[in-house]
Design a protein around this ligand. Sequence first.
Ligand code: SAM
Length: 274
Amino acid sequence: MNCKGLICPVCGSPLSVAENGRGFRCGGVKMHNFDISRSGHVNFAGGGYDPNSGDPVDMVRARIAFLEEGWFEPLARCIGETVGALGGLCVDAGCGNGYYTEWAAERAETVYAFDLSKYAVEYGAKKAKREGKSCLYAVSSVYGLPLASGCADTVLSVFAPVAEEEFCRVLKDGGRLIIAAAAPDHLRELKAQLYESVTENTERGDLPKTMKLIEKNRVSYTRTLHSGAIAALYGMTPYSRRTSREAAERLLGLEGLEITFSFDIYVYGKKEQV
Ligand SMILES: C[S@@+](CC[C@H](N)C(=O)[O-])C[C@H]1O[C@@H](n2cnc3c(N)ncnc32)[C@H](O)[C@@H]1O
């Protein structure tokens, strides 16, 4: 088990693998311990952690059902290639159930995956264990990562909060932040089923302000979804929390729907090093 770059979230001392191999122990005076759970994940969020933080279980289940059918594979492939070109240590910040983590894990030397949702992290860890993959899944906020400054070659942020200052801290000089976000026409047809008038998605407000944009690529395609995939897609989006019952019933009553998937993939570097 790798622990390169991991630090204690309590005192900041470097972590090493515990003697029994079933957790991490810090090198500080208090020797804080972090056990690996039966599912294979670690909780770095500490005693004050609210288990209802991050995405709720129904949303996580919907995302698993949808992603595991491969509908976002073109995006995953593009992310995998970008991570692979950089290699080294990749941090998936806001990893969810680990769909993109897996693509990164096949291409980077070491992958750490962090998310506030215990359900999502548990799923990712169990799957990695079952499949013999070595990436570490842990509960942690992206705003306070248990990582030494300057340890990461890449930070991956896929539809997750962009903690610019923290990502800059953990990135090496020359490291890269990869962000995937919805492009203007992403899910246009799904929104048309839910709302009377459809507006394009605007650029996300938390894109880095102090970093330098090196590359921006768009991945766009359409797919015809069956009713189960429509329901799963709806359940994993914020629309499922804020549409009327009639609109939801109309969408969920469809047997199929052609949907546009459109993603922007940004690659940023720390300004002073680009
Ligand atoms: C839209 S999901 C994307 C998950 C995954 N990257 C994917 O695309 O499948 C956003 C994720 O960010 C997580 N999240 C939200 N706030 C967070 C925070 N402060 N720290 C860590 N994870 C967070 C949620 O629990 C959720 O899993």
